[in-house]
Design a protein around this ligand. Structure first.
Ligand SMILES: Cc1cc2nc3c(=O)[nH]c(=O)nc-3n(C[C@H](O)[C@H](O)[C@H](O)COP(=O)(O)OP(=O)(O)OC[C@H]3O[C@@H](n4cnc5c(N)ncnc54)[C@H](O)[C@@H]3O)c2cc1C
Length: 511
């Protein structure tokens, strides 16, 4: 079975509805559902994890007057949407680019009354791509410019480049216009993989590399990514432009957390949820944390990883076999290896923000090209990243968690030095002599700080349909990359989707 066939039409339509225009979403529904529930205080809700999915769910439900308690094992909110300080530098854990303004995150955050508190910066280009044979900068918010740049380098593929991007724009126009053409481009793309879609337009391997450059954002190779999904997700960047939450992604998480608290929700930091508690009739009773404190709940929203739910948090006797089996069919997505560098001087000779060194398999991000003042005066902030499998790090796992990190540190420093050498050679002469601060994150760092199984950055791989928001455990819901797909936008949409599902079930007394 091809990958794209494995993604059922029903599931895709669901994703499309979630991703589609504000016009297609009735923003009044959650509020109207909440208004029909009189005795809100009888429906306490616990959210496990304050990643963006958990925060958005908690913000909606607390805004509507429910007693919401968020349990977060870390000392700050946001999961991967966080930042950390080293010397004069504040490094972003995850965010390179998302689409927020003129897209679903703006609608959700406005609906919560929080958008006005946030600022975004636009990325100066869509992407710069460097290989051993070409170096191309694709312009931002300029689909015609993208076609022109690529056609200059690949004149023999001009026609295919134009038709490929035209179809991508058509998808976005159908989505946001709320009207489908006949035949709909969405129907055409839905059964194809990205590889198959590109093959319909071009032959040259290098031009395909450029067209598929956003595959890394989704953690899968072109033959495993659904064409329609790619067209929607990448088309938003192409048309609206990549964006970054100012001053760091932490601002987004902090704004959501403060929003929850202003709606009288409670967030307990440094609090790891250990077990979900059940009543004798198998309904949810609450959550117990690692210190033995209990929090009553009619509904629990899991923003923590699904593998942790089925392997640890749900006691065996209450774990439905079908749910565990469905989850175990799926594989964790790739993890990341990141080198964050604080430099003692600006990198003045490069104006681009995100640069792919394709043959080296790494991406370089120059944050000071986003907005003035990203770094302290006279300094600059750079990160070097690649998607990383967990397998090579598994052998260090036991020692890492027993604080025996010699071999692990050696390996992480070896790779970091290799990255720095490559970037020094190809992009930033003298890089190593300008490093003032350096931090390295491996898949094990991701496990340590977020609890994500295998350090996965996008939850489960996207090659099987998403798990349902509502689990077969009455009162247990999912809102994370593991249920709604990875990335800022999908998890925020997931958070809203889950809050709505909980309200529907409360209203009909299904829980
Ligand atoms: C290096 C990197 C770069 C990325 N770049 C981008 C990008 O440019 N654009 C983009 O859109 N996406 C990017 N992503 C992906 C994106 O950050 C994630 O997919 C998304 O933030 C996941 O959100 P989530 O809601 O699933 O929660 P997570 O961020 O996974 O957070 C889960 C939270 O649950 C908490 N938790 C877990 N278990 C427990 C427990 N038992 N008790 C209490 N708390 C618990 C954790 O501490 C954590 O705070 C990147 C990710 C990484 C790592």
């Amino acid at each position: 079975m091809t990958t794209s066939k494995m993604i059922s039409r029903r599931n895709f339509l669901k994703i499309l509805t979630l991703a589609s225009s504000a016009a297609a979403i009735d923003w009044k529904i959650p509020g109207a559902l909440a208004a029909q529930i009189q005795n809100k205080k009888d429906f306490p809700i616990v959210v496990i994890g304050s990643g963006l999915g958990g925060l958005v769910s908690a913000a909606y439900l607390s805004k509507f007057g429910f007693n919401v308690t968020v349990l977060e094992q870390h000392s700050i909110p946001g999961g991967y949407a966080t930042s950390f300080d080293r010397g004069d530098f504040t490094f972003d854990v995850s965010l390179h680019a998302t689409v927020a303004e003129h897209a679903m995150p703006q609608m959700i955050l406005s609906d919560l009354g929080l958008w006005a508190k946030l600022r975004v910066a636009y990325t100066p280009e869509l992407r710069r791509i460097i290989t051993n044979t070409f170096d191309v900068t694709l312009p931002a918010k300029d689909p015609e410019g993208v076609k022109k740049e690529l056609s200059t380098i690949f004149p023999h593929e001009k026609k295919g480049i134009h038709t490929f991007y035209k179809e991508m724009e058509q998808v976005i126009a159908e989505l946001w216009g709320g009207k489908r053409l006949n035949p709909s481009i969405m129907d055409t793309l839905e059964p194809l993989s990205l590889e198959q879609w590109m093959n319909r337009h071009v032959k040259d391997r290098d031009v395909k590399e450029c067209m598929a450059i956003f595959s890394g954002y989704y953690g899968l190779p072109p033959e495993k990514i659904n064409a329609l999904f790619y067209a929607i997700a990448t088309g938003e960047y192409l048309v609206h432009g990549g964006q970054y939450f100012k001053t760091r992604s932490q601002d987004l998480s902090d704004t959501l957390a403060l929003g929850i608290e202003s709606f009288n929700g409670i967030i307990h930091y440094n609090t790891e949820a250990e077990t979900i508690l059940f009543n004798k009739n198998k309904t949810i009773a609450g959550v117990k944390d690692a210190k033995g404190n209990t929090y009553p709940a009619k509904a629990v929203i899991a923003n923590c990883p699904v593998p942790a739910l089925i392997n640890k948090l749900i006691p065996k006797e209450f774990l439905p076999h079908s749910f565990a089996a469905k989850a175990r069919q799926r594989q964790a997505s790739l993890s990341s290896f990141v080198v964050w560098l604080g430099l003692s001087s600006p990198v003045d000779h490069i104006k681009d923000y995100e640069i792919d060194l394709v043959d080296e398999g790494i991406g370089v991000t120059l944050y000071d090209n986003l907005f003035d003042g990203y770094s302290a005066p006279g300094k600059s902030t750079v990160s070097i990243m690649r998607l990383e499998p967990y397998e090579p790090w598994k052998k260090f796992e036991a020692d890492y968690f027993n604080n025996k990190k010699e071999a692990y540190n050696k390996e992480k420093e070896r790779i970091a030095a290799q990255f720095i050498k490559q970037v020094e050679k190809m992009l930033i002469p003298g890089l190593s002599s300008r490093i003032e601060e350096m931090e390295v994150g491996t898949p094990l760092t991701n496990v340590f700080f977020t609890g994500n199984t295998n350090g996965a950055i996008y939850g489960y791989d996207r090659n099987l349909p998403h798990l349902n928001t509502q689990t077969p455990v009455k009162g247990l819901y999912l809102a994370s990359a593991w249920s709604h797909g990875g990335g800022y936008t999908p998890v925020m949409m997931g958070g809203r989707d889950t809050a709505k599902r909980v309200l529907k079930d409360f209203r009909s007394l299904k829980i």
